[in-house]
Write a protein that binds this ligand. Sequence first.
Ligand SMILES: [Zn+2]
Length: 263
Amino acid sequence: MEIERLLAPNPGLFTGPGTNTYVVRSDAAALIVDPGPVDSSHSKAILEAVAANSVLGILVTHSHPDHAPLANPLGRDLGVPVYGYEPGPQFDPDVRVSDDDQISVGADQLTVLYTPGHSGDHLCFLAGDVLFTGDHIMGGSTVVVEDMVAYLGSLRRLGEISLRRLYPGHGPIMDDPYAVIDEYISHRLEREEQIIAALAAGAGTVGAVVEEVYADVDPALHPLAAHSVAAHLNKLVAEERASFDSPADELWGALVRLIGAPS
Ligand SMILES: [Zn+2]
């Protein structure tokens, strides 16, 4: 099996150097992982990369706009099916896959791992002992989390699999999978401690918690960080350690309180 990385031209605050698209080849066959946003130069680069291959399908880790929108148009161009967990904005998989499904490429097999947390529709793809991680794990950065309990469960699960290398959706390829997974888990537990400390010190809204806990992070990222804080708070609510009304429309001002703390 041979893996080639093609960088989409969408660098930015939320995407790092851009989205990593991967071509996975085995014999003359190929699969494409995460084609990325709709972009004619990137589409052309992918088509050139697979020109000598028999492409069998396009795999999408999740439906976020920096990963999925090129999948359906490219699938139509190549006449191949698109694989994903479920439909999303600008994304409609031809084949819906879930945990433990197998996708063949040449003599090799990719195993689908359902890894919710960053999003509810997130998949990783395991090829032998290398893993395509999408946004579950990024190179050189932490990720925004939608569901913290699910996310930590999905991280811990990866720790039990034999892994040699991670191919993330953004940033560099990583050759120290377990160190990265451990670091991700301890980062989250540390953030949880910081959030509890901020609440104990009197932060009464999600926004106040973000400003306290993410003081070291670019303020342009604070609205996104609010989603990770909300994910932590929902976990603390489930554990009956905090109260939090989480209105969908006004997250920043949502009221939060440690249970047992004076209101
Ligand atoms: Zn994402």
